[in-house]
Ligand binder design. Structure first.
Ligand code: MG
Length: 159
């Protein structure tokens, strides 16, 4: 059985994951409007991935005898500037999510809940990938300069 404190914190993270999903969907719509269909496709994949994170956390809470809740999700931005500026925002946001996950691990540790710590380590590792991927795209966009359509084509290949 998971403690109420930890359950509430993970429910908070479910909201954060869903907010991230909405952010990326909003970015996808924006990129498509700007004519970057490959990047828009990449963002829709990212949207799905963030929703998966929320579902994984909910499934874990239920497995541990807790309650999973869908809390209030704040509105997300709609304007993001150039593709480079947009992906810089993605990188910054993923660094922020990493901090949220780290804080959850600290709480699970304080609550002496080893199973939850173990569950959360998966997300800690995942955040390393998320940050590196976003940083890599920022780097690609900087190098591409006017040949931005090549980056758009590459991101359009995401499975
Ligand atoms: Mg996530």
């Amino acid at each position: 059985m998971i403690t109420e404190k930890l359950q509430n914190a993970i429910n908070g993270q479910i909201v954060a994951e869903m907010w991230s999903a909405n952010l990326y969907l909003s970015m996808s719509f924006y990129l498509e409007k700007e004519g970057y269909n490959g990047m828009a496709h990449w963002m829709k994949k990212q949207w799905g991935e963030e929703n998966e994170h929320a579902l994984e956390m909910a499934a874990y809470l239920l497995k541990r005898g807790g309650v999973a809740k869908v809390g209030k999700i704040d509105e997300v931005p709609q304007e993001f500037g150039t593709p480079l500026e947009l992906f810089e925002q993605v990188y910054k946001h993923e660094c922020h999510v990493s901090q949220l996950i780290d804080a959850l691990v600290d709480l699970a540790s304080a609550e002496n809940d080893k199973a939850t710590q173990d569950f959360l380590w998966g997300f800690v590792r995942e955040q390393v990938e998320e940050e590196a991927t976003a940083a890599g795209i920022v780097d690609m966009l900087k190098k591409a300069g006017v040949h931005i359509c090549m980056v758009d084509a590459k991101l359009g290949e995401r499975k």
